[in-house]
Structures are given as structure tokens and as C-alpha cells.
Design a protein around this ligand. Structure first.
Ligand code: B12
Ligand code: SF4
Ligand code: SF4
Length: 278
């Protein structure tokens, strides 16, 4: 039965054009697998666990939709701002549809919003939401944490946004490979305009240090006033992800001032010159 419902969900996700799907038993929040590739110093407090938000939950289904790399490259811009809104609304509506698909099959299910905050000012006071989709994707074996605190996936590196569905259906969890995808190249650290990403710490190799959430949120607020939020530089410069092949973006010098990449720089400059308060 559980395998059949997993197959049915995967078919439904395919129909909905969802790029990434993962499954994780809620039990993994209580006892995180030993082979998780890397962690934050602190595990998620129990009030953030799915079974303590929706006691009927047995499985978390995580869906991921990519943010297209050539658009992220224009960030901060109105173009990335619009993409962000589009992907967010797609995530919310597709997750809602999957939860209803399951409810109609007799499995009590609820969707979660992809973010869960009213306004950036709320995050400046308390930069947390009531549920972490990053941890859900991590426990569903979809990727590993990068130095930039994002989940890096083999397919899109950090250029993928997630949301989750809580369901009472008991579904087999996906496997965790334990592979750390972060190459520790430091690009995200060097290019963050507000130095929010801490340096690598050789003595704590498998521990990811937390970014300075408030500095990052303050930058987001400044950009929002110009209609160019979010910042997104730490996901743009990350070399991980098959999407780089598709878009012929494997040469990371594209983001330097080196010769040979003027056509890209000109395009980004053009896009950034319109539609926002620069
Ligand atoms: C709040 C928030 C922000 C804040 C704070 C950033 C941060 N690193 O948390 C701001 C506005 C700065 C921000 C910025 C960005 N964000 Co953001 N953000 C969120 C949001 C809404 C909630 C995260 C959260 O609080 N989860 C709950 C807590 C418990 O989980 P956690 O933060 O992972 O907590 C751990 C640590 O914080 C630590 N901890 C440390 N101190 C404390 C204190 C307490 C009390 C607790 C409980 C825990 C804790 O312990 C926890 C367990 O390890 C999520 C969406 C979501 N609901 O998951 C998106 C999300 C994490 N953001 C995302 C993205 C992409 C970004 C940006 C790149 C902007 C952009 N969209 O282009 C930047 C990148 C910043 C960065 N490098 O981290 C994506 C990540 C996708 C991915 N591939 O991983 C998410 C998942 C949105 C989505 N739906 O896809 N974000
Ligand atoms: S989103 Fe921008 S400000 Fe925030 S950590 Fe990434 S690069 Fe830094
Ligand atoms: S930019 Fe480099 S250091 Fe930062 S998350 Fe990506 S691979 Fe890791």
C-alpha cells in the first residue's frame, strides 16, 4: 500500500512538472541518521518537528523547483525578484494540490507555505520560521548543507526552492547518500556583500557555521525597498549543480572581470537598469 501511494505521488508530481521530490519519515527528526553528510552545531528543537506541528504526520514529502541560473545571475534585479515570486507561488499551489490529492485518497494531509513569514521586518526581530524546509530536504536525501547554509543538490546546487507536505500516509523514506556536495571553494564567503557567511573552520570540518541572519535580512530589506530583493549572490556563485552544464556556465570566470565574458556582463547591466529604484 505504502509503495503504491509513493508511486501515485511521483506520477502526480511528474504531471505537475515538479523537478525534485523526496520523502522522509517524521521519525528521522527524532533520531537523525548517522550518515548525514554535515550538520549545524545544533539540531532542530522538538517544537519545530513535523509530528509536533501536525500530530497525525507520518511522512514529509518535499518538493523542489529550480530558480533558473541565467536569471539568478542578474541579481539583484527586478528579473530575479519576479522569478522568486513566481517560483514561490508555484511551490505553494503545487504543494496544496498534492495535499488535496492525498486527502481525496483518504490520507489526512496538509501543505506548508514555502516560507512562512509576513514581512522582512518580522524576520529582523526573529529570523526563523515555524518549520525548516532545508532540514526536510536534507532528511529526504535531496542534498547536503553548503557553507552558505543552503541545501546543495546535485541537480541545481543551491538554486532550488523547496516546500513540504505533511501526510498521515506511511511512506518509505528516500536514501541519504551521505555525500558532502560543498567543495569549500569559499566563493560564497568572498562574494557576500555584507560578510554574513563565516570563514571555513578546518578544525570543525563536518560542522556548518551559521550565517549572520540579521545582516543578510537587513540587506534583503534594503533591496526590497528598491524592488530587487532577494540578494541571492551566495546561490549564484556556487559552482555545484548540473544546471551549470545545461546553461554552459561551468567556467566560473564568468563572474570575474576577466576578458571574454563581456556579453554576459552587458546583458546583466542592461537588465539591472530597468524596473527598479536604483
Ligand atoms: C528565515 C529565512 C531566511 C532569513 C534567515 C536566513 C537563514 N539562513 O535562516 C533571511 C531573510 C536572511 C533568508 C535569506 C535567504 N534565504 Co531564506 N529562508 C528563511 C525561511 C523562511 C525560514 C528558515 C527557518 O527559520 N527555518 C526554521 C529553523 C528552525 O530552521 P533553520 O534556520 O534551518 O535552523 C537551524 C539554525 O538556524 C540553528 N539555530 C541557530 N540559532 C537558533 C535559535 C533557535 C531558537 C532555533 C530554533 C534554531 C537555531 O538551528 C537550526 C537547526 O539546525 C526558509 C523557508 C522555510 N520555512 O524553511 C527560507 C529558505 C531557507 N531560504 C532560502 C533561500 C534560497 C534564501 C536566500 C538565498 C535568498 C533568496 N531567496 O535568494 C538567502 C540566503 C541566506 C543564507 N545564505 O542563509 C531557501 C533555501 C533553499 C535551499 N536550496 O536551501 C528556503 C528554504 C526557502 C524555500 N522555500 O526554498 N532566509
Ligand atoms: S543572500 Fe546575499 S547577503 Fe545573504 S548570505 Fe547570501 S550573499 Fe550574503
Ligand atoms: S560556493 Fe563553494 S563554499 Fe560556498 S556553498 Fe558553494 S561549494 Fe560550498
Amino acid at each position: 500500500m505504502t509503495n503504491q501511494i509513493k508511486k501515485d505521488i511521483l506520477i502526480e508530481c511528474h504531471r505537475l512538472n515538479i523537478s525534485l521530490v523526496g520523502f522522509s519519515s517524521v521519525k528521522l527528526w527524532e533520531k537523525p541518521p548517522e550518515n548525514l553528510p554535515n550538520k549545524f552545531e545544533e539540531w532542530i528543537p522538538s517544537e519545530f518537528w513535523p509530528q509536533n506541528i501536525f500530530p497525525e504526520a507520518k511522512t514529509v514529502i518535499v518538493i523542489g523547483i529550480p530558480v533558473q541560473l541565467p536569471i539568478v545571475e542578474t541579481a539583484p534585479s527586478i528579473y530575479y525578484h519576479e522569478l522568486y515570486k513566481t517560483v514561490n507561488s508555484l511551490l505553494d499551489s503545487k504543494a496544496y494540490e498534492i495535499s488535496e490529492f492525498l486527502n481525496q485518497k483518504g490520507f489526512a494531509s496538509i501543505y506548508l507555505p514555502r516560507d512562512g513569514y509576513g514581512d522582512i521586518n518580522a524576520l529582523l526581530k526573529k529570523p526563523l520560521a515555524f518549520f525548516s524546509h532545508r532540514h526536510a530536504a536534507y532528511l529526504a536525501g535531496m542534498g547536503s548543507f553548503g557553507q552558505n547554509n543552503m541545501i546543495l543538490t546535485p541537480e541545481y546546487g543551491p538554486r532550488v526552492r523547496f516546500t513540504s507536505i505533511f501526510t498521515s500516509a506511511e511512506i518509505e523514506s528516500d536514501k541519504i547518500t551521505g555525500k558532502d556536495l560543498c567543495t569549500k571553494c569559499q566563493r560564497c564567503i568572498d562574494d557576500c556583500p555584507v560578510n554574513a557567511i563565516p570563514p571555513l573552520n578546518e578544525s570543525k570540518k563536518n560542522i556548518i557555521p551559521l550565517i549572520d541572519k540579521i545582516s543578510c535580512a537587513q540587506r534583503s530589506k534594503r533591496l526590497r525597498e528598491k524592488y530587487t530583493s532577494p540578494c541571492g549572490i551566495c546561490i549564484k556563485v556556487c559552482p555545484v549543480g548540473e544546471d551549470r552544464k545545461l546553461f554552459s556556465r561551468e567556467n566560473m570566470n564568468i563572474y570575474s572581470s576577466k576578458k571574454g565574458f563581456e556579453k554576459y556582463r552587458n546583458a546583466w547591466k542592461h537588465v539591472r537598469s530597468y524596473g527598479s529604484k536604483e
